[in-house]
Each structure stands twice: as structure tokens, then as C-alpha cells.
Design a protein around this ligand. Structure first.
Ligand code: SF4
Ligand code: FES
Length: 247
């Protein structure tokens, strides 16, 4: 395939960015999207040009690092996958593909297609954990019976990889789907109940302090989430927050 790529280039956080056009030729339909980006970068290096900076790590849909906005959709046109799992067979010979970074005030651009997602880390630090006594008297993990449905729902919420596509897809740049997944995975388990009120209060406060917008129930986040995180988690977080506000 021969393709035209229109890619956001930005030298640094304070620099003005712009879309720059590139051509790539002889792209195999079996390549992943990131391999296609590697081909482009190799050709730029050969021409002594600066390669395009983009985030990636596992390239297996696990780490949440890859984060491209492709033709107006986080992680591209396919559903239930990350950018690193997107393949070039999704596109046609002669296509023009627009590639941009996540767009959100709370995710400032560092360079080209890389944004700063430390806001998510700070939200996690505010409450995305449980305190466990590791003094030697630790209770056996299987000693507390947990209903199968609760365990399944908690595991579903824990599938969130923190990629930020929910924020990038939302017209309000809301982080509610991410935060609600992190709250829910603990709220559903007995081990998470002890710190539940502080957790939801602190994580929601940090989310607001970071400048993420409010949720207006458009549901774009659920559609674009590569891990199928359900809007039900937002409803659960709202219930948890209400409970924490009146105790
Ligand atoms: S909720 Fe989905 S889209 Fe949002 S950070 Fe988690 S995995 Fe990514
Ligand atoms: S590079 Fe790890 S999820 Fe895409």
C-alpha cells in the first residue's frame, strides 16, 4: 500500500505544533500500525530528519502506553483494541491517514504524538491501592469468600490499562471511566471496603484538581475503550461517592 500520512509535529510543550504530510510506500497489510510508523521513522533517519516521537512499550495491548488519535478516533477505527494492535489491513491503498496526540488539557503534549499522562498516576496515588498488613500475620488470600459475580465485575474493572482513550474521546475530556474503573475494582471486593470512602473522595478530588472535565453521559468513552470498561462503573463510582459524602 502507498499512503499519505498527516501527522502532528510539535518540538516541545511550549512550541506551536502543526500537521505535516508524509508519504509511505510499499506498506504491507500485515504490518501493525506502529510498524508502519517505524518504517516512516527509518526513512526520516536515513534523510537526516528528526523521527516522529510516539509512545509505545509492550505492543501487545497490555501496558497502555500507545496512544494515537487516528482519523479522529483514539486507537483508530477498530473496536476493542489498542493502537499497537491495529493492523494496516484496516486501511486501503491510497488512503490519507490523520495521526494526532490525545487532545486534553490534563494531557499536555510533550513532543509530537507523546502526551504527559502523569495526571493518571497522581489519581492512582491518591487512592488506587489497598493497605495490607505484611507483618507476618497476613491472612490467606482465599480465606474471605467473594461472590463470583463481584469477583468477575472487579476483574472486568481491573482490565483498565490507563491508556487515556476515554479522556481523548470525550468532548469534556472527562476521566470518569478511568477513575471509576480504579474505584470499582476495589469497591466490589471486601479488601477494598475499609478505605472505600477515603479512596473515592481522594481520587475524585485529584481528578478534578488535574483539570479533567465532567461526565455528561455521552458514552463515547465506553465505545472507544480498548478494554471494554463499562459505563456501569461510573454509576458505581457515583454511588460510592454519594455514600462517602454522607458518612
Ligand atoms: S477506561 Fe478504557 S480507555 Fe480509559 S484508561 Fe482505562 S482502558 Fe483506557
Ligand atoms: S504498546 Fe502497550 S498497549 Fe500498546
Amino acid at each position: 500500500m502507498n499512503l499519505t500520512l498527516k501527522i502532528w509535529r510539535q518540538k516541545g510543550p511550549q512550541e506551536k505544533g502543526q500537521m505535516v504530510e508524509y508519504k509511505v510506500t510499499d506498506i504491507s497489510e500485515h504490518m501493525s500500525f506502529l510498524e508502519m510508523m517505524d518504517v516512516l521513522n527509518e526513512s526520516l533517519v536515513e534523510k537526516n530528519e528528526i523521527p516522529i516521537a510516539f509512545d509505545h512499550d509492550c505492543r501487545e495491548g497490555i501496558c497502555g502506553m500507545c496512544s494515537l488519535h487516528i482519523n479522529g478516533e483514539p486507537h483508530g477505527p477498530d473496536r476493542g483494541i489498542t493502537t499497537c494492535q491495529l493492523h494496516m489491513r484496516t486501511f486501503k491503498d491510497g488512503d490519507t491517514i490523520y495521526i494526532e496526540p490525545w487532545r486534553a488539557k490534563a494531557f499536555p503534549v510533550i513532543k509530537d504524538l507523546i502526551v504527559d499522562r502523569m495526571a493518571f498516576e497522581r489519581i492512582q496515588q491518591a487512592g488506587g491501592y489497598i493497605s495490607v498488613n505484611t507483618s507476618g500475620n497476613t491472612q490467606d488470600a482465599n480465606a474471605i469468600p467473594i461472590p463470583k459475580l463481584d469477583a468477575d465485575l472487579s476483574m472486568d474493572a481491573a482490565a483498565c490499562i490507563g491508556c487515556g482513550a476515554c479522556v481523548a474521546s470525550c468532548k469534556n475530556s472527562s476521566a470518569m471511566l478511568f477513575v471509576s474503573a480504579k474505584v470499582s475494582q476495589f469497591a466490589l471486593l471486601p479488601q477494598g471496603k475499609i478505605e472505600a470512602a477515603d479512596r473515592v473522595r481522594n481520587m475524585v478530588k485529584q481528578m478534578d484538581d488535574e483539570g479533567f472535565g465532567n461526565c455528561t453521559n455521552t458514552g463515547a468513552c465506553e465505545v472507544e475503550c480498548p478494554k471494554g470498561i463499562s459505563l456501569e462503573n461510573i454509576a458505581r463510582m457515583n454511588r460510592e461517592y454519594l455514600k462517602a459524602s454522607i458518612i
